[in-house]
Design a protein around this ligand. Structure first.
Ligand code: ATP
Ligand code: MG
Length: 571
């Protein structure tokens, strides 16, 4: 881990203490501050994109707290900006949360469910002289808001009469005015040290079809007005959000104190999850999709939940990851390798071991009978005795990895070279005798002899070999496409140098191998199956996979001692 990457990850087996939100909840429960003694949390995504890995932290926190304390977690789609929202996003959000193993039951809500109520609350505020229609231009509104160091200036419309405000707000809603002409604002304090309290906007004009309310409205409530009131209506007890909302808390508390709102939720902020090498803003992710840099929101290189699922990450590994990262109030950047570590740890337990030759060359066993087929019993997962075994066909012609044979081996190379003997995994010892090459000098076929007495990988004389290769029978193997994924960005902080994250794309983030040779049953493997291609990494079938053209995504490499060794040998 580099020095500027901090993580408050816990080590495995370490006793976990309560995080600060758990402490607050336990204290609230113990002191009778929770209505019905039932905590109610919510996960409130805005359906303007797919969920990303950062959201997993928020999902696990909100749903996890409800589970831990016997409470309820609502799913609330915060659909207040119809211009950017879409049904496709709503569907993807729901399926991503389910994939993580969480269920909101009947508690599926939409901010748009409350539009009528919010509208009524706004009218009441006007009637009480607590809100006004502002006709300043957007530039003037911005100008007069002031800065962190200078107070704002009152709008000339601040003292408009209640009747006038009611009429204008009604006409705004009737579509009489173009976007940007009027805003409904709360009359708070333009001199407040907190900019969010300087007469926050409550409603704006927006002519956009809403995914759920269609064209019913052309005025839409603002986030800072909608969110707290939605929380209050739903009886949320602990409203948990990321740190950037800390400055909005006074506005949140103000909205919850409006006359007629009789439940007061409390907002608590925690540090968002940041991971180096990732960008995790929906705006940037949408851009990658729209520019065609990735194949879609679920491209396996995307840090979206659909992307990592397609890539073969398991939900358990991601839950483990966010739990190791923990919940804190200090911003930090978590190392990508911690996430990959969690993925390997989990897949090691559940992945079926498979022989797949990604870059094949033929191995011909000259002293093996022409038509003979033998079957070797292979353990599906040595880490899991219940995973069973399967049979693998073996015959005279096999495929092995190109990198497992060298004509001129460097010092320290223990794989196949002429005169050297290695073990074919669970099968026989073979010794290379010669090789054939194509016109470009690339090896195409390696000839060898086998020792019939070494069946199962040991010899009566007890001699040892250093190298072991995986293999597939040439007669039985099927062809497959293998997609080797690497990080989408080549630098730890994409855009850190130039300000444009697109400058830091990794040109080698996808390498497609068309010619892999696979065990025949892999034609029927389905997305969601976790596989380990022995010595190559963890893989999973892609959605594009069909029995006649199986396609596999590399989820993550194995802990790569070979890469290190290769680097040492200067290969
Ligand atoms: P982004 O800034 O990435 O576009 P967002 O905050 O706009 O995300 P929302 O849909 O509003 O996305 O987020 C839903 C919930 O998830 C919010 O409560 C938000 O605080 C939380 N969340 C978003 N990003 C992260 C993150 N990186 N880590 C933890 N929680 C997050
Ligand atoms: Mg947001």
């Amino acid at each position: 881990m580099s020095e500027d990457v901090r993580t408050n990850a816990t080590q495995e087996g370490e006793e976990k203490s309560l995080n600060f939100i758990e402490k607050i909840i336990e204290d609230d429960l113990a002191n009778g501050r929770v209505p019905n003694n039932t905590i109610v949390t919510r996960f409130p995504p805005e359906p303007n994109g797919y969920l990303h890995v950062g959201h997993i932290k928020s999902i696990c926190l909100n749903f996890g707290l409800a589970q831990k304390y016997g409470g309820i977690c609502h799913l609330r789609l915060d659909d207040t900006n119809p211009a950017k929202e879409d049904m496709e996003y709503i569907d993807s959000i729901k399926s991503d949360i389910r994939w993580l193993g969480f269920d909101w039951g009947e508690h599926e809500y939409y901010a748009s469910d409350y539009y009528d109520q919010l509208h009524e609350i706004a009218i009441n505020l006007i009637k009480q002289g607590l809100a006004y229609v502002d006709g300043q231009t957007p530039e003037q509104v911005k100008e007069n808001r002031g800065t962190l160091t200078t107070p704002g200036k009152n709008s000339p419309d601040r003292d408009r009469s209640i009747e006038e405000n009611l009429r204008l707000f009604k006409e705004m809603g009737e579509g009489k005015y173009p976007e940007g002409t009027y805003l409904l604002r709360a009359k708070l304090d333009m001199a407040s040290p907190n900019i969010n309290m300087r007469d926050p906007a409550l409603y704006r004009i927006k002519f956009a079809e809403h995914p759920r309310t269609g064209n019913k409205w052309c005025v839409y409530p603002m986030y800072d007005f909608t969110h707290p009131i939605s929380d209050a209506i739903e009886g949320i007890t602990h409203s948990i959000c990321t740190l950037e909302f800390e400055d909005h808390r006074p506005a949140y508390d103000w909205a919850c104190s409006i006359d007629g709102i009789d439940h007061t939720p409390h907002q608590y902020e925690f540090a968002r999850l940041n991971i180096n090498y990732f960008v995790m803003s929906k705006r940037k992710l949408l851009n990658l999709v729209q520019l065609g840099i990735v194949s879609g929101w679920d491209d396996p290189r995307m840090p979206t939940i659909s992307g990592i699922r397609r890539r073969g990450y398991s939900p358990e590994s991601m839950k483990d990851f966010v739990s190791r990262v923990g919940v804190a109030k200090v911003e930090s950047v978590v190392d990508y390798s911690l996430m990959e570590f969690c993925v390997r740890e989990d897949l090691n337990k559940r992945a079926k071991r498979v022989m797949a030759v990604l870059d094949p060359i033929k191995l011909v066993i000259d002293n093996y009978p022409e038509d003979k087929v033998e079957y070797f019993e292979i353990e599906n997962n040595p880490e899991d005795p219940t995973a069973g075994t399967r049979k693998m066909a073996f015959c005279k012609e096999l495929y092995i990895e190109r990198e497992d044979f060298m004509e001129v081996p460097p010092k320290g190379y223990h794989r196949l070279y002429i005169g050297n003997e290695i073990r074919l995994k669970t099968a026989y010892y073979v010794k290379a005798t010669s090789c054939e090459k194509d016109e470009n000098g690339n090896v195409t076929v390696v000839h060898c002899t086998y020792d019939p007495e070494s069946r199962g990988g040991e010899t009566p004389d007890g001699r040892k070999v250093k190298g072991t290769s995986h293999w597939v029978s040439a007669r039985h193997a099927i062809d497959g496409e293998v997609r080797l994924y690497d990080k989408l960005f080549a630098t730890e902080y994409p855009g850190g140098e130039t300000g444009n994250y697109l400058d830091d794309l990794n040109p080698d983030s996808l390498i497609v191998l068309q010619n892999a040779k696979l065990e025949p049953w892999l034609a029927d493997a389905k997305p969601g199956e976790y596989l380990q291609f022995m010595r190559s990494g963890y893989f999973t079938p892609d959605y594009d996979s069909t029995p006649s053209h199986p396609v596999f995504n590399r989820t993550v490499t194995l802990k790569d001692s070979w890469a290190k060794q290769k680097a040492k040998m200067g290969l």
